[in-house]
Design a protein around this ligand. Structure first.
Ligand SMILES: [Zn+2]
Length: 210
């Protein structure tokens, strides 16, 4: 498993294609959740190419199932704040070695320079039914914040059959549209960022911090 703190990730060159950020709400089939809403609404935007891919993935979902996006773009300031916060939490659990601390923190929160959300390239999302109720994914989006790390990895063992099927549906739909998953977080998918470039063996990332 490659983590975002891996030197290979930061070693990937970025050739930003310059695409603007677009409003996820402009695609009516995709639902947007306000739980991570920020002051200027960055959470509701991604690069236009990312939104196009999400939109085409959405069309391939079974009838009555929709995407619920929790978060898209994130400012570098906000990313740095979250990283420091999570490092503090781990430090309080007794880990003080700076290298170990950084490695553990970046399992769940990306260092700013390689953060897929800061590039407008990542989506945190889940699935909802026709009534807007979240499907059973065997764990909450951002479960690491509430100490529920066990079921965060996409391939977490011990899930119910139903949760496994729902995760498989999300993975198949997003994967077919060209997104890659960050394996420690079932809800996190990205396209065009450095992590994506490393996993798909692309020569460079097409989206850098935006
Ligand atoms: Zn994410």
């Amino acid at each position: 498993m490659i983590l975002l703190s891996d030197p290979q990730v930061v070693g990937i060159p970025v050739q930003d294609c310059g695409e603007p950020l677009a409003e996820i709400a402009s695609v009516p089939a995709i639902a947007l959740d306000s739980r991570e809403r920020d002051e200027d609404g960055a959470y509701g935007r991604v690069r236009t190419g990312v939104l196009e891919r999400l939109s085409s993935a959405s069309e391939r979902l079974p009838n009555g199932v929709r995407f619920l996006v929790i978060e898209g773009h994130r400012s570098s300031t906000e990313q740095a704040r979250r990283f420091a916060l999570y490092e503090d939490r781990i430090r309080r659990s007794g880990i003080t070695d700076p290298v170990d601390l950084r490695r553990r923190a970046s399992a769940f929160v990306s260092p700013v320079e390689v953060a897929p959300h800061c590039a407008g390239a990542a989506l945190d999302l889940t699935l909802i039914d026709a009534d807007g109720v979240e499907l059973d994914m065997g764990g909450a989006v951002n479960g690491h914040r509430t100490g529920d790390e066990k079921y965060c990895p996409l391939d977490a063992p011990g899930l119910s059959d139903r949760a496994r099927r729902n995760r498989d549906l999300l993975a198949r739909t997003m994967g077919d549209a060209g997104f890659v998953n960050y394996p420690t977080e079932w809800w996190h998918w990205s396209y065009g960022d450095r992590y994506w470039a490393l996993v798909t063996k692309a020569d460079s990332a097409i989206y850098g911090p935006a």
